[in-house]
Design a protein around this ligand. Structure first.
Ligand SMILES: [Zn+2]
Length: 259
């Protein structure tokens, strides 16, 4: 797998795969580097399916997420049993240059409380039309990561789920063993809500909301933010992201059985 990332190629491949498998493709506000497709599809299994949200590519130096979503879209059965919404490439300008922020150097994943960037204003406008989700996953990478870890905001599914997800990722990359990650206590690579609150205060009081907080406040009781370690081979990181999504989807499917 090539570490060079071209958002135009990625967007073309995503739209091609999506069209071939019955997804509706719409677009957020465009950027200089490429369009920003988002995808929606009702479950092939019929009404009452769990509703899930997946996103990636908000930090331009984190490429395993968009590539994992592309690979997932090429597997026709991956989301067949879900009403799914996917935002696969939120920051093409950053991805084109391999930098975290947008062209103005703004970290888009701090702009969800009161959006000032065109990119996130457009994302939030679209989100407002989408209602509730049974679960969400946002795919990230840690540039200096020594292993996989994740942020867990989960008020609904079994509390062991974070451990299951990190274990699935650990079949492809090491798990970050540190007791403190990004200044927050971690348990086997899992950063839990209670520890995030103890460290950072009430999550919704923060001035600089990331996507995960916006979703947690407005759209879902269950969100996970994965972080793969960028120093490891890209193919392994992509497989770790896919394993994380599979584990979440499996748990959601067991939990959500609507009449
Ligand atoms: Zn990130």
């Amino acid at each position: 797998m090539n570490d060079k990332f071209d958002p135009l190629v990625c967007v073309r491949d995503i739209e091609e795969s999506a069209l071939a498998d019955g997804w509706t493709i719409r677009h957020l506000s465009p950027t200089a580097s490429s369009a920003r497709p988002w995808l929606r599809r009702a479950a092939k299994t019929g009404p009452g399916a769990p509703r899930v949200y997946l996103s990636a590519g908000i930090h331009g130096n984190e490429i395993s997420g968009p590539l994992a979503l592309l690979e997932m879209l090429r597997r026709p059965d991956f989301l067949a049993a879900f009403d799914a919404v996917i935002f696969p490439i939120l920051n093409p300008d950053g991805l084109a240059r391999g930098v975290r922020g947008n062209t103005d150097g703004v970290d888009l994943n701090r702009d969800y409380r009161d959006p000032k960037t065109a990119e996130i204003a457009s994302h939030v406008e679209t989100l407002k039309t989408l209602g509730r989700f049974d679960a969400a996953m946002m795919l990230h990478e840690d540039f200096e990561g020594i292993g996989a870890y994740l942020y867990e905001l989960n008020d609904e599914l079994p509390p062991s789920l974070g451990g299951e997800i990190i274990a699935a990722m650990g079949r492809h990359v090491p798990i970050d063993p540190r007791p403190v990650i990004e200044d927050v206590p971690a348990r086997g690579g899992v950063l839990q809500r209670r520890d995030l609150i103890a460290k950072l205060g009430r999550i919704e009081d923060r001035p600089d909301w990331p996507e995960a907080i916006y979703l947690s406040v407005h759209h879902t009781q269950v969100s996970y933010t994965t972080e793969t370690p960028a120093p490891f081979p890209l193919e392994q990181r992509v497989q770790a992201q896919i394993a994380a999504m599979e584990t979440l989807l499996h748990a959601v499917q067991i939990k959500v059985r609507r009449p």
